[in-house]
Design a protein. Structure first.
Length: 271
């Protein structure tokens, strides 16, 4: 153990992850603040899309705080330098990051869909958007249920519990891919649909291009989802250096959440 410790630096990639994530969250919060301002001044006109975005911002803020707390306890360091007590606290925080992060991404996508409902030219378009909204909520509830009951008892996720059991890592990986696939399907749909909806508007071409660009920013979230799938791996406890190996996966998940907040607020910047 001592020889292994001497061969590994006692540093952390956590601060670098926070340095990459914090500006994105700050931009998302700024865009959200501008969005809300344009929706209440000079006239109050908040709707379901705005409230869904608010839920996403609250969830992402909590998720970011838990992510930062996990880094504070040693997430991103080599496991040999992290005490058992800190290890438990890290996974308690990451459990919260997973749950709140799911809510953030889902409500951001719902906000985008609700915004597109205002441009829907026909009943068929509206039905398609409502089906996507329902699919996002089903995906959220199903994934949350699986996360909550993946370990029995729940604290077996972050602690060694006599008789505790967790679902097989391969099963959790497949379910993670399913959730990401449904989310990416929504992101791609919300980026493509404005081509057909916005181009019908009686506005100058440059203005329509600007609106489309702002509404198509969910494509960046699709890219983050691809990176999440690349770095995804089972939640097994057999990896000797799990704390540092898990960092890219959790970082890209949170980048996706922040980008989605930017995407759901950006179209309102035109105001």
């Amino acid at each position: 153990m001592n020889q292994q410790a001497e061969s590994l630096p006692n540093d952390s990639v956590g601060p670098k992850a926070l340095a990459a994530l914090t500006p994105l969250l700050a931009i998302g919060m700024l865009f959200y603040a501008i969005r809300i301002y344009t929706r209440v001044v000079p006239k109050y006109k908040l709707n379901a899309a705005d409230w869904a975005c608010t839920m996403a911002v609250v969830s992402e803020t909590i998720s970011y705080a838990l992510f930062a707390a996990a880094v504070r306890f040693g997430f991103g360091k080599h496991s040999i330098y992290v005490s058992s007590a800190s290890y438990r606290k890290i996974f308690q925080c990451l459990f919260g990051v997973i749950l709140t992060g799911l809510w953030s991404s889902t409500f951001s996508r719902v906000s985008i869909a609700a915004l597109l409902l205002d441009f829907a030219p026909s009943r068929a378009w509206k039905i398609a958007l409502w089906l996507l909204i329902v699919l996002q909520f089903i995906d959220l509830l199903g994934t949350d249920f699986i996360e909550l009951f993946q370990c029995r008892p729940i604290r077996a996720f972050w602690d060694q519990v006599p008789g505790g059991k967790c679902n097989a890592p391969d099963v959790m990986q497949i379910l993670g891919y399913v959730y990401n696939a449904i989310g990416m399907l929504g992101d791609l749909t919300f980026a493509i649909m404005p081509i057909f909806l916005i181009w019908r508007l009686s506005r100058p071409v440059i203005e329509r291009c600007l609106i489309y660009f702002l509404m198509a920013m969910s494509l960046f979230a699709t890219g983050a989802g691809v990176m999440t799938n690349i770095y995804a791996y089972p939640y097994g406890r057999d990896s000797p250096d799990r704390l540092i190996e898990m960092m890219p996966l959790f970082l890209w998940c949170r980048i996706e959440g922040c980008v989605l907040i930017v995407a759901c607020s950006a179209p309102l910047l035109k105001a």
